[in-house]
Design a protein around this ligand. Structure first.
Ligand code: 1PR
Length: 527
């Protein structure tokens, strides 16, 4: 029996699913006594340090945690569950942590994108039973902006390189292990690490067979599933051509498979993340459209890599006058198994508002990132090229282009759209990305209506102008037609991830083929 401390922020479903898959029974903490009486305690943390400590203190869990940990029984902390063990965090000045270890939690100091998102390696610093059956070269999933700085370096179990940083990525002290990375999101390797923790003392401490000199963040390959109801009313994965998801001749919604089955296939093939876009979310409110939540729940039972979900994240009033906030929608998505939510149409409307009146502090981007952390908020941009003949166009960011327009225009700007590309707005994609970053978004999912479904390759001019404009990670999307297109976008721009849909669904190119092609040129995660 494993006891799980869920203090109500973010996705603990994946931790529960991972433990259940490993054959464990999970008991949830309801009262401080449940912590004190636990045999093995797992503490996954997400969100912000300040919010987490506030809840722990209010419920009396802070003192119970100290009692439990000093009793020497097995404890596994994940992400904020590691950071909580220290005295304080730069993220929430003035808020004290549990203070089990001396030292602070500080922001990552690197010229690379922060948050540090994606699959990176670990360098073992001391023998541990946690490394049983590990090669030492495996990659784990990280998503964080802060890291721990222990005063007592003997507790350091692993470190990880990220740009100029070589930060502490796991600590071990007696039966306590805590990791900055997410084993429950790190595929089979992560499950093995959790298994080793559960088996605990039956395993003898060892070093992995190899310890990398330097670890590297892998470029992520993401599979995207655009989901909507077919004309027969069943939820299907569909795929558009420049956002038109209906077959040219029959005009029926294209059906490329079942969302849960396809997601599982991509997980097994080595997708580094899976994104679901509820593409009719702008008109079918997600909390009244339960099948999508069920898809997420079912997927997270078998898929142990990060899941992003987008579509319909906005405030809503139903026919009975019941009000729902975008935060309510996002919370339901997180509870159902999502690690990140992606906001499309609402982000454009928010930016328009910010540009005319300034930030309100109440937008969906601000609210969700405050509660769940910046890394949980992805902005999905659906831009369309607008050609112009001169290098300036109102206040829009205009770029020179090597692909001339229909009248030979040499410049273009990228117009943001809402409602799945149906409505163009007077905001450009560069401005949108920058404003969303300033409001607290943690990542940009950059589509292109011009390239979507065309197999012509990513619009690298678009990808470059956006990734140069922001310091948060950018995911290039739309247009992948072969493995070479992935290499091109990674070599020509600084993007951290590239996403494709059609070629994977139609099995024209598989994820292992893309990774095999990239290997040797770039760092990728291998299974
Ligand atoms: O506006 O917050 O409700 O979110 C709706 C979401 O649904 C947005 O993220 C929007 O991008 C997406 N969406 C809406 N309509 C469509 C459509 O296709 N008719 N899909 C749509 C956008 C783009 C990518 C696609 C890539 C890769 N799909 O997700 O997967 O272009 O495709 P490819 O590799 O085949 O070229 P809101």
């Amino acid at each position: 029996m494993v006891t799980l401390l869920d203090y109500g922020a973010g996705n603990v479903r994946s931790v529960v699913n991972a433990l259940t898959t490993l054959g464990e029974k999970v008991k949830f903490v309801k009262r401080p006594e449940d912590i004190i009486d636990a045999e093995k305690l797992v503490f996954p943390g997400v969100g912000s340090f300040g919010e987490m400590m506030k809840v722990l203190k209010k419920k009396g869990f802070d003192e119970a945690l100290r009692v439990y940990i000093f009793s020497g029984r097995p404890f596994f902390g994940i992400c904020l569950g590691l950071q909580a063990l220290f005295e304080e965090s730069e993220e929430s000045p003035g808020v004290s942590g549990l203070g089990i270890f001396k030292g602070v939690v500080r922001r990552l100091r690197t010229s690379l994108s922060v948050p540090h998102i994606g699959w990176n390696g670990i360098k073992a610093r001391k023998p541990s039973s946690i490394f049983s059956d590990m090669r030492g070269t495996e990659k784990f999933y990280f998503v964080h902006s802060y890291c721990v700085d222990p005063e007592d370096t003997s507790i350091v179990l692993t470190t990880t390189d990220y740009g100029e940083e070589d930060f502490v990525s796991a600590v071990e002290w007696g039966n306590l292990v805590a990791t900055q990375f997410h084993p429950e999101k790190s595929g089979q390797v992560g499950l093995r690490m959790l298994r080793n923790f559960l088996d605990g003392k039956q395993l003898s401490p060892r070093l992995p067979s190899s310890i990398p000199e330097k670890t590297k963040l892998a470029k992520r390959i993401i599979a995207c599933l655009d989901v909507r109801a077919s004309d027969r009313g069943e939820l299907v994965v569909t795929k558009g051509n420049q956002y038109d998801v209906r077959d040219r001749e029959s005009r029926e919604v294209r059906n490329l498979g079942h969302p849960v089955e396809l997601a599982h296939r991509y997980y097994e093939e080595g997708a580094d993340e899976i994104t679901f876009l509820n593409i009719t979310g702008f008109r079918d409110f997600p909390l009244l459209d339960m099948p999508m939540l069920e898809v997420l729940r079912k997927t997270s039972e078998r898929v142990f890599v990060p899941l992003t979900i987008g579509g319909g994240i906005r405030d809503y009033v139903d026919r009975q006058g019941q009000e729902y906030s975008a935060l309510d929608v996002a919370s339901e998505y997180f509870r159902s198994g999502a690690d990140k939510v992606s906001i499309g149409s609402d982000a454009v409307l928010i930016v328009e508002e910010v540009l005319s009146r300034g930030p309100s502090g109440k937008s969906s981007i601000e609210q969700i990132s405050r509660v769940y952390g910046n890394q949980a908020v992805v902005i999905s941009i659906d831009p369309r090229r607008v050609y112009v003949s001169k290098p300036t166009w109102g206040s829009h960011v205009v770029i020179p282009t090597k692909i001339p327009g229909p009248k030979g225009e040499r410049y273009c700007w990228y117009q943001c759209t809402i409602k799945g590309g149906r409505e163009g707005r007077d905001v450009d994609a560069v401005t949108l990305a920058k404003v969303c970053e300033s409001l607290g978004a943690g990542e940009i999912l950059l589509n292109s209506i011009d390239r979507d479904g065309t197999n012509r390759g990513f619009d690298t001019e678009l990808v470059k102008v956006i990734s140069d404009a922001v310091s948060i990670p950018v995911i290039a999307s739309s247009g992948a037609g072969c493995a070479r297109h992935f290499l091109e976008v990674f070599l020509e721009t600084d993007v951290e991830a590239a996403l494709a849909a059609g070629i994977f669904h139609r099995r024209e190119v598989t994820i292992p083929e893309v990774k095999a092609f990239l290997k040797g040129h770039l760092e990728v995660r291998e299974l």
